[in-house]
Design a protein around this ligand. Structure first.
Ligand code: NAD
Length: 258
């Protein structure tokens, strides 16, 4: 029997990351889950049981470089060499630039951007040694386009668009690819929070925010499905996707076509 492949997915105890983990587990991948949710260990265990794959959970806070190093080390010891890294964890805060709290700026740059570098750096020696690796960064349509009041988020995601290209170039000699998936709006806890905040800020109902603010920029007026992102990530992780690298692939209902 073929040795199962291993994926480390950050922020995989909620939203998009959890959806990606389910798709990978269903395809037979062993998964190292990560996230700040208190029930992370139970989530990892229940998905492992559901799909009959080995899983583990790391509560590593991605703002701490040494915790990232420890997570990668433990995952490698428990599950074997990491074949796929999905940098998915992310946070958001919305405010005009002159009111944007400095600590929120630092938090968003730390989780959304610096942690991507730190996680890639931590898995890199193992991927190089096995001459195979797939790094998939979940950025955003905001990695390619801007919106007002999202200074830190847009900056962090554009930063990862650039890092994705650098890792693609450096990884090429070692059969390591790096790509970004750039979703439009996906209805997850992160977006539910934004709907509520924007409703207050614009004095609108939540339905009006969805229609007039969020999905306004998408040509297709539906939220993107988590499974769509999961299945694209699964393809990018495959041998067949070996010559796709450095790309930022929108899954955004036509938003960035404009
Ligand atoms: P979510 O809030 O449901 O999940 C975010 C995950 O990141 C959680 O598991 C959380 O615990 C984890 N996380 C946050 N800070 C962390 C830290 N310091 N250390 C470890 N884990 C941490 O959000 P989501 O909507 O599923 O977003 C996932 C990714 O997709 C993010 O990078 C986000 O920017 C991106 N994205 C989301 C949307 C959307 O519409 N939901 C659109 C485009 C891009």
């Amino acid at each position: 029997m073929e040795t199962p492949k291993t994926a480390l997915i950050t922020g995989s105890t909620s939203g998009i990351g959890l959806g990606i983990a389910e798709v990978f587990a269903q395809a037979g991948y062993q998964i190292c889950f990560n996230g700040l949710e208190k029930n992370g260990a139970e989530i990892a265990e229940s998905i492992g049981q559901q799909f009959g794959v080995k899983t583990m959970f790391s509560p590593a806070n991605l703002l701490q470089p040494e915790s990232i190093q420890e997570m990668v080390q433990k995952a490698t010891e428990t599950l074997g060499p990491i074949d796929v890294l999905v940098n998915n964890a992310g946070v958001q805060y919305v405010a005009p630039v002159d009111e944007f709290p400095v600590e929120k700026w630092n938090l968003i740059i730390g989780v959304n951007m610096s942690a991507v570098f730190l996680c890639a750096k931590a898995v890199w020696p193992g991927m190089k040694a096995q001459n195979f690796g797939r790094i998939i960064n979940i950025t955003s349509a905001h990695g390619l386009r801007a919106s007002e009041f999202k200074s830190a988020y847009v900056t962090s995601k554009h930063g990862v668009t650039g890092l994705t290209k650098v890792l693609a170039l450096e990884g090429a000699p070692f059969n390591i690819t790096c790509n970004a998936i750039c979703p439009g709006y996906v209805r997850t806890p992160l977006v539910e929070g934004q709907i509520a905040d924007q409703a207050k800020a614009h004095n609108m109902t939540e339905e009006e925010v969805v229609e007039k603010v969020m999905l306004k920029k998408q040509a297709i007026k539906n939220f993107v499905k988590v499974e769509t992102i999961g299945k694209l990530a699964l393809f990018l992780a495959s041998e067949d996707a070996g010559t796709i690298t450095g790309d930022s692939i929108p899954v955004d209902g036509g938003w960035t076509s404009q």
